[in-house]
Write a protein that binds this ligand. Structure first.
Ligand SMILES: [Fe+2]
Ligand SMILES: [Fe+2]
Length: 260
């Protein structure tokens, strides 16, 4: 089985590059399943029901989120119709059990979940280690072969430690949130891992945000609104190959397409 995981889709530039590339990438990489992080898909923060439907229509099978999961409050009113939207387990605003999905493929079954890191992450109410132990406890009843974790966290060490600690259960751990793709993808102790997948968003930006505004807000300390950068986008993802008989990952490959 081949799973294409797409990094944080950020604003319109990010949505546009996913729209234009996803169909051909899915063919090229023969992906059986597409998972995308959509926490920044609606103007840089959160997701709307319109964008959820659009991404699902464009062949994204599941959408994971992050610290901005609840930034567009309207999505909460649509939880009944968003059963392929995976919210972070340890987010302070989570009230529903929509933090996992059980995905079956041939004779294999795995649990997809979304967990926040605790370092520099004010929205997190629980460290990722306790959170994942609880997710495993709650979802063990479905008897998954392994857990696939979108670990939405800031620091490299927290993400790497997570793999070392949970390698027997979490066979895939993809880091998201920093928007910068790291070059450390590997199978570590049987777990397909990358510290951060990177983003799909405007290349000329500060992790997806307008450059001038970021400078005014952070260096010149001006009061600003949040403005997503526009323009040609970078596409970042990873392709994970799972051996269905062995029920374990056998490959992880980085995908990064920069604008010309
Ligand atoms: Fe993000
Ligand atoms: Fe984030």
């Amino acid at each position: 089985m081949r799973i294409l995981f797409i990094g944080d889709i950020t604003g319109k530039s990010g949505r546009d590059i996913v729209s234009s590339l996803l169909y051909s990438l899915k063919q090229e990489y023969q992906a059986d399943l597409v998972i995308a992080n959509g926490e920044n898909s609606a103007h840089g923060k959160g997701i709307t029901i319109r964008i959820y439907r659009q991404l699902i229509d464009e062949c994204v099978d599941y959408i994971t989120m992050g610290n901005h999961a609840y930034s567009k409050a309207e999505i909460i009113d649509h939880f009944e119709e968003t059963d392929h939207l995976i919210m972070p387990y340890n987010h302070e605003k989570r009230t529903q059990d929509n933090y996992y999905a059980i995905i079956s493929y041939k004779d294999m079954k795995f649990c997809l979940c979304n967990i926040l890191g605790s370092v520099l992450m004010p929205e997190s109410v629980m460290d990722p280690y306790t959170a994942f132990r609880e997710v495993v406890e709650h979802t063990r009843q479905y008897d998954p072969d392994f857990w696939f974790v979108d670990l939405h966290a800031e620091t490299t060490a927290e993400k790497r430690m997570f793999v070392e600690y949970f390698k027997d259960q979490a066979k895939v751990v993809v880091g998201t949130h920093t928007h910068v793709q790291t070059a450390d993808e590997d199978i570590l102790n049987g777990c397909a891992f990358i510290t951060d997948v990177g983003m799909c968003g405007a290349y000329d930006s500060v992790i997806g945000r307008d450059v001038e505004e970021t400078i005014r807000a952070n260096i010149e300390k001006e009061k600003t609104r949040y403005t997503v950068a526009e323009g040609p986008a970078i596409f970042c993802g990873v392709l994970i190959e799972i051996d269905e008989k062995e029920k374990r990952p056998v490959g992880i490959e980085r995908i990064q397409i920069r604008p010309e």
